[in-house]
Design a protein around this ligand. Sequence first.
Ligand SMILES: NC(=O)c1ccc[n+]([C@@H]2O[C@H](COP(=O)([O-])OP(=O)(O)OC[C@H]3O[C@@H](n4cnc5c(N)ncnc54)[C@H](O)[C@@H]3O)[C@@H](O)[C@H]2O)c1
Ligand SMILES: O=P(O)(O)OC[C@H](O)CO
Length: 340
Amino acid sequence: MKASPQRIAVMGSGSWGTTFAKVLADSDPTADVVLWARRAEVATEISELHTNSTYLGDLPLPANITASTDPAAVLAGAELVILAVPAQSLRQQLTEWGKAVEPGAVLVSLMKGLERGTDLRMTEVIAQVLPVDQSQLAVVSGPNLAKEIARGEPTGSVVAGSDRDTVEWIARACTPSYFRPYTNSDIVGVEIGGIVKNVIALAVGICDGMGMGDNTKATIITRGLAETTRLATALGGSAETMAGLAGLGDLVATCSSPLSRNRTAGRLIGEGKTLEQVAQEMTQVAEGIKSGAAVLDLAANHGVEMPITQAVVAVIEGKVGVSSMARMLLERDLKSEEIH
Ligand SMILES: NC(=O)c1ccc[n+]([C@@H]2O[C@H](COP(=O)([O-])OP(=O)(O)OC[C@H]3O[C@@H](n4cnc5c(N)ncnc54)[C@H](O)[C@@H]3O)[C@@H](O)[C@H]2O)c1
Ligand SMILES: O=P(O)(O)OC[C@H](O)CO
């Protein structure tokens, strides 16, 4: 059995990058976990005060986490590289970091977005930019609201990748008492679950902002899962994955929680705010806003119908107002629930 990683690079010091660094550091206090931060003051605070107050308040971080703004210094010697930047910035960042990634390092995406313009999933972007084998790529995704995990509240998650030994090695590296990773070989399904749930959470947030109740939101969540499953299976993913933590689990967590940035962005839109006003109120990334159009494009290219995603994108692009969303969805031809 391969020894646990002793040096781990986490590229991105936002709420999930920092929290996942804590998961890894708590899991193995002998490992060096090094975060890459864009801002020097964030890196200094993490290394010297062991907090990241921008994203996690005064929560104490383990002593075996340090940070730097120098990507080459962070990546040097790292056998495991965790990627946690906004999805639309990954290609540019990887292009800058590429040469500093150790040959043979395993790369894990924590990101839940689809690249605009190419409709590529994050592991597909990594494989385009870096000379890596599929066996070096994995994804971690599930009902993983960073702030709850940072507080040590228990959760499950999924580590997905094509190489069984690699995903088991990653899973063993993230097993503090509050985090239980399950392995899965369905990387497509796990990534699609994480991407589309953000768009569905925007729809649920819009319902919230408009003052709608639980029947409406349960309908959006359930039919949202149906359209996510249609897309995932059309791309070669499995329906079983969609019933698991990276599908239903993440969808329920994101659509129910006031901590979700996507649900919050949706709520603000539902209350009548413009996208510019939403962007001003929210400093953190809500991936569904930018990924929605790419999801719709990908679905169209595979002949998959995604009416909720279509309605959300129409609202985001200013083509319809939130008050027209319900009509858009309810006036469609009747169909059987059994037809997927
Ligand atoms: N926060 C969560 O609960 C959570 C959980 C699971 C997955 N995710 C996913 O993880 C990814 C990162 O989310 P997060 O919560 O850490 O986001 P965040 O907004 O909290 O932090 C983003 C980080 O990326 C940096 N950044 C911003 N713009 C950048 C750019 N153009 N280039 C490089 N770096 C940039 C920021 O400085 C920050 O360090 C997203 O895809 C998100 O969907 C988040
Ligand atoms: O805050 P959100 O909406 O980006 O969701 C965070 C996580 O993806 C929940 O699993």
